[in-house]
Ligand binder design. Structure first.
Ligand SMILES: [Fe+2]
Length: 208
């Protein structure tokens, strides 16, 4: 079995239906700064489902989505046991963070941050809602996006952002615009079905 067929079989068994185009070397996912809304203290509730919190039976407001992903190295080899952190605004565009002074409402049922490990096939999954857009300043509205931090010993830690395909605010986002067209595509998730997105994250190995 060649490498592509092998990876296809791994992806299929993990329920993952997106496979990056393989070449001699896959480009590392572009990085971004963590920004001001990374958790000050890790909340106790960190499971993959951001649409509910452990202290309430309610459900987060907004459009619920499944976000499935794959962590691989630049050779396309899946990376298991990588720590995958995600944080994002709620559906109204408000972060659960003391530095977010927005007037948009908080959502008591939205977890806002989660931490999972990639599985043996490099896969991970979150249940969340599409984040709202928000004003970074009076002239700049950020498109819906999700922040990621991925780490594993032996690989360079990556902090990045993921965007949603075809969102009209993507074209005017000042952070996304700093990246090449190719890198922008690496930061935009793939939509497979209504409410189902996939995002591939490629890490660089630490040079020995
Ligand atoms: Fe953000």
């Amino acid at each position: 079995m060649n490498r592509r067929a092998f990876l296809c079989s791994l992806s299929a068994s993990a329920g993952i239906i997106y496979l990056p185009t393989l070449s001699a070397s896959i480009a590392v996912t572009p990085s971004e700064a963590a920004g001001p809304f990374y958790p000050v203290v890790y909340p106790k509730d960190r499971d993959f489902d951001l649409t509910q919190v452990s202290t309430s039976k309610g459900h987060a407001l907004g459009e619920v989505i499944t976000l499935q992903g794959l962590v691989s190295d630049t050779e396309g080899t899946p990376i298991e046991d990588a720590m995958v952190e995600l944080w994002q605004a709620n559906a109204a565009g408000r972060y659960r963070h003391p530095s977010d002074k927005s007037r948009a409402p908080l959502d008591a049922n939205f977890q806002g941050w989660a931490m999972v490990k990639s599985g043996v096939k490099g896969g991970f999954k979150f249940k969340t809602v599409i984040p709202g857009s928000y004003q970074a300043n009076p002239l700049w509205t950020r498109p819906p996006h999700i922040h990621f931090k991925i780490s594993k010993p032996g690989y360079q830690e990556l902090v990045s952002q993921m965007y949603f395909p075809d969102h009209p605010l993507n074209d005017s986002d000042l952070l996304l615009a700093r990246h090449s067209a190719e890198d922008q595509q690496r930061m935009i998730a793939k939509r497979h079905n209504e409410g189902f997105f996939h995002h591939t994250i490629v890490l660089a190995k630490v040079a020995l």
